[in-house]
Write a protein that binds this ligand. Sequence first.
Ligand SMILES: Cc1cc2nc3c(=O)[nH]c(=O)nc-3n(C[C@H](O)[C@H](O)[C@H](O)COP(=O)(O)OP(=O)(O)OC[C@H]3O[C@@H](n4cnc5c(N)ncnc54)[C@H](O)[C@@H]3O)c2cc1C
Length: 418
Amino acid sequence: MTHYSALSLVAKAFSGHRSWSRAWRDPVPKPAYDIVIVGGGGHGLATAYYLAKEHGLRNVAVIEKGWLGGGNTGRNTTIVRSNYMMPGNTMFYERSLRLWEQLSQDLNFNQMVSQRGQFNLCHSPASLDAARRRGNVMRANGIDAELFSREEVMRRLPYLDYSDDARFPIIGSLFQPRAGTVRHDAVAWGYARGADALGVDIIQQCEVTGFILERGAVVGVETSKGPIRAKKVGTAVSGHTGYLAAKVGLRLPLETHVLQAFVTEPLRPMIDSVISYAAAHFYISQSDKGDLVLGGDLDGYNTYAQRGGLPLVEHTFASAKALIPSISRLRLMRQWGGVMDMTMDGSPIICKSPVDGFYINGGWCYGGFKATPASGYCFAWTLAKDEPHPDNAEFTLDRFRNGYQIDEKGMGPTPNAH
Ligand SMILES: Cc1cc2nc3c(=O)[nH]c(=O)nc-3n(C[C@H](O)[C@H](O)[C@H](O)COP(=O)(O)OP(=O)(O)OC[C@H]3O[C@@H](n4cnc5c(N)ncnc54)[C@H](O)[C@@H]3O)c2cc1C
């Protein structure tokens, strides 16, 4: 891995930035690998990194049809947190947050981890009770959580609408101080550089179009650059999980939907935390550049198109204005969408599939960015050892058959989404 001194950085700046070495190689695919990971988003790249780092498996390739991080990893609103309460989820997401906390050092790549805290606003005695219960479960598991009164929220977030005719009254908030944001591109690039340095081949502009099956087992992938054999194939393709799994004959309990995000023109520091406004399906934070980054609920129809419809734009901004009236004076700069695979219980799938040689990482719904490090860590474990890590033991496909679901979605899309 190349390290640059301050002097050489200055020299490169004055020489027109022409002599940088590549952060990762651009290899020609080998005919065969021990493990092929489909999808060069954060999850696929993290999986490859931990396969090499934790399990010494370096004959590994990541196959990406576009460019690294061009899927949801580069399209999300970058919020990380571990305020989950269902057994199965709680310690998985807390593992992820702990990995985030040391990831810049681990990868020697600044991830811009900003633990600015997240508010989940409460609007009724029932929602305050639910927040109290969630906070207690978190604290019982060693996860940070505080319950704020209306007065404390008013002191910390003075720009929200607390008037008598506010659309939803704010009566308190659950707050996780260690939640925050992480720079999404840096996550893809940091894991890619780390995996490449350990010998992983990262192959971009190469689409997996099918699978090589022998005696009912997956033994490789068909790609736009030709067939590649592998002892094991893992998919980490976000909204395309169901589509690819169908090619090995699996029908997964997933629906693909689009989720949109928005940024406003930049302004001076105003919002120093992440705010979730559950009642109106809305959340917001402010980027280091100053723009407000915000989002809402899913577009309600199934699609693989990475763009959303106008009704959700209107809905999101009506909610924005209801919560922060002054936002109506800002201009919207950009809007985009990403496709995500929604499970019926809101929790992910990380497991060996019923088809030999085929492993699944998917079903991340609205909230897989925060899971990236733990997802990679646990998927690598599952691929290397052929058994789940204790933290992904419950993220099975079987749970949709036997009814032991991890129904964290029941809290509504926004408190636990994003
Ligand atoms: C607008 C929006 C906001 C979000 N906000 C948050 C948030 O604030 N916090 C949070 O935790 N989560 C958030 N999410 C969810 C989060 O972005 C995703 O769950 C997460 O990034 C998924 O990562 P991934 O690596 O699995 O998928 P991706 O980053 O989508 O990577 C999958 C890759 O697979 C590639 N691929 C697909 N098919 C093939 C194929 N056949 N062959 C080869 N390659 C293929 C794609 O090109 C893509 O690069 C948000 C999502 C969106 C869209």
